[in-house]
Design a protein around this ligand. Structure first.
Ligand code: CTP
Ligand code: MG
Length: 220
């Protein structure tokens, strides 16, 4: 099975609130996009396509010379679609992995690829929720408590048979924050495998602090 990966890295990181695009922020002297691409290559992925912010595309090309770098789109879905266009036709399976997840992907890649190899059309890594979860209304009043046992938080890399991911994006009517949602909408079963707490997404300034601490402690 020939496996390629797409790394959407074209976001600005608004929740982080840094003037530099999030994928270029550094941990331990390397940018988030470098960490993410290196993890995929260490795990044996043959080809990586990065969707980069158009204004810093030359910088990203310099940082990840092992990858093909294309300009991203206005939302994550568009960035994935543009990167998918750059994947050669002989690729059987495509992983989609956020540039904003610098660590922990190596083992997760192995589990996702193994499930694809056993015939699953779509595979996502998940972790259990630790907090109690409640639904609230617009005023912050609790409507209900949701049974945590049946809920999972979803990470990346998510893996897809190439034809399944292409069809999902061709049929997409809404913009979603994860590719598996598009596959679910087509009625195709999505399998889950164990994620890894280290594969958390750097979204806020706090997450960046945690990532820096993990790097310092060698716990990444
Ligand atoms: N992404 C992308 N193209 C976009 C928006 C997001 O490639 N137009 C990528 C981000 O670069 C990131 C991944 O999708 O690696 C997950 O998105 P998120 O964590 O939401 O990153 P941002 O969109 O950059 O952050 P924010 O939503 O806070 O602006
Ligand atoms: Mg975003």
């Amino acid at each position: 099975m020939r496996v390629a990966a797409i790394v959407p890295a074209a976001g600005r990181g608004e929740r982080l609130g840094h003037p530099v695009p999030k994928a270029l922020l550094q941990i331990g002297g390397q940018s988030l996009v470098e960490h993410a691409v290196a993890g995929l290559i260490r795990a044996g992925v043959e080809l990586v396509v990065v969707a980069a912010p158009a204004d810093v595309i030359d910088e990203v090309r310099r940082l990840v010379p092992q990858a093909t770098v294309v300009p991203g789109g206005s939302d994550r879905c568009a960035s994935v679609r543009l990167a998918l266009d750059a994947i050669p036709v002989d690729v059987d399976a495509v992983l989609v992995h956020d540039a904003a997840r610098p660590f922990g992907s190596d083992d997760v890649v192995q589990r996702v690829v193994a499930a694809l190899d056993s015939g699953a059309p779509a595979v996502i890594p998940v972790v259990p929720l630790v907090d109690t979860v409640k639904r609230v209304d617009g005023n912050g009043a609790v409507i209900e408590t949701i049974d945590r046992a049946t809920l999972r938080a979803v990470q990346t890399p998510q893996g897809f048979r190439r034809d399944v991911l292409a069809a999902a994006h061709a049929n997409a009517t809404a913009t979603v924050t994860d590719d598996a949602a598009l596959v679910e909408a087509m009625g195709i079963e999505v399998k889950t495998v164990d994620g890894d707490p280290r594969a958390f997404k750097v979204t806020t300034a706090w997450d960046l602090t945690v990532a820096e601490a993990l790097w310092e402690w060698g716990r990444r």
